[in-house]
Design a protein. Structure first.
Length: 333
């Protein structure tokens, strides 16, 4: 039986992991936008990563009319897929982030959906897993039942937040690593020495103070580290900002133009999205100059509760309504 302290420690560990994946998703999305900018003229290079959502009328059932990228307010669901432990087979969504973008107001909101949220699944959606489960199980259940992994995940988040989801992007750790390697690594000025485990082989990676050239696995460890004491003086957020700045320099460098096909291949193998290359490019153009002060992070407040021996996240109903209202306002619904 879990003690109160052990439950709190487990909750804190889970929260830290979600924060890490939350940041990694944005890093990869920045890389994706940068690559789309570079290879705009070769949109076919993204064909293997393009997977349109299968749903009636080619639009969200929460929409009366379809939307146009860069003209209308839209929502994009970012899914952080952890599949390195299964060699790319199956996997699970450890992070779900709903992003809304409004080209008229240049307002952007991000909402992290708690992965332990309790939702119901029908037999059509989840097959033999029909019943009440956590929302992060949707990707796996949809894949096994034939309903569709992304389709069911998108559907459950739409039901939970009562808002439309127009597009999605799924990324994994392998794609992050491989893109950095194709770029030839990134140069980082490490402020404080520390170490972190390599998630691909469990070996220790040591970082020493000073300028270093990091490959893909080292870069991932650099932005993931969260347990060492150095984190108190050299925060994860600071390291992630360093990485984004360094990677964007590499992406926009002249030499990267000659690596566009290689980067596209990596994206094709590790990124899945309903956005085609032209749409990603249009998003990049529409929001590249956005003022960071217009980016609003919304929260789904609540608490963990045990139901039938399983711990679920239960949202605070009043605060959830307020969050949904803000999302709808930015989507002009």
């Amino acid at each position: 039986m879990l003690t109160i302290r052990s439950r709190l420690e487990k909750k804190q560990k889970s929260k830290k992991k979600r924060i890490i994946l939350y940041s990694l998703l944005f890093i990869v999305l920045v890389l994706l936008a940068g690559v789309a900018y570079i290879v705009k003229q070769s949109a076919d290079a993204f064909d293997s990563s393009y997977h349109e959502l299968e749903r009636p009328d080619d639009k969200s059932p929460f929409r009366e009319e379809g939307v146009t990228i860069s003209d209308d307010p839209i929502s994009v669901l970012l899914l952080g897929l952890e599949d390195y432990a299964t060699n790319g087979e199956g996997g699970r969504t450890d992070t779900m982030i709903l992003v809304t973008l409004n080209p008229k107001t240049e307002q952007l909101t991000t909402t992290l959906i708690p992965r332990d949220t309790r939702v119901d699944y029908t037999a059509e959606e989840a097959g033999s897993y029909a019943g009440t489960h956590k929302i992060n199980g949707a990707y796996n259940y949809g894949s096994l039942s034939g309903y569709g992994a992304t389709e069911l995940t998108v559907s459950k988040v739409e039901e939970f937040l009562d808002v439309p989801i127009d597009e999605y992007v799924t990324v994994n750790f392998t794609g992050f690593r491989d893109i950095v390697d194709v770029l030839g690594g990134v140069e980082i000025d490490v402020k404080e020495g520390f170490w972190e485990d390599n998630i691909f082989n469990n070996e220790r990676i040591d970082f020493t103070e000073g300028v270093q050239e990091l490959d893909g696995e080292e870069a991932l460890a650099f932005v993931r580290m969260r347990k060492r004491e150095v984190n108190n003086i050299y925060s994860r957020e600071e390291r992630q900002v360093q990485f984004i700045q360094a990677s964007m320099k590499e992406i926009l460098s002249a030499s990267t133009l000659f690596k566009a096909n290689e980067i596209s291949d990596v994206i094709g193998e590790n990124v899945m999205t309903s956005l085609n290359a032209t749409e990603i490019y249009n998003l990049q153009r529409a929001y590249s100059d956005m003022d960071s002060s217009k980016i609003e992070k919304l929260n789904v407040a609540g608490e963990d509760q045990q139901v039938d021996g399983v711990w679920y996240f239960t949202p605070d109903e009043q605060q959830l309504v307020e969050t949904i209202d803000e999302i709808k306002a930015n989507l002009e619904i």
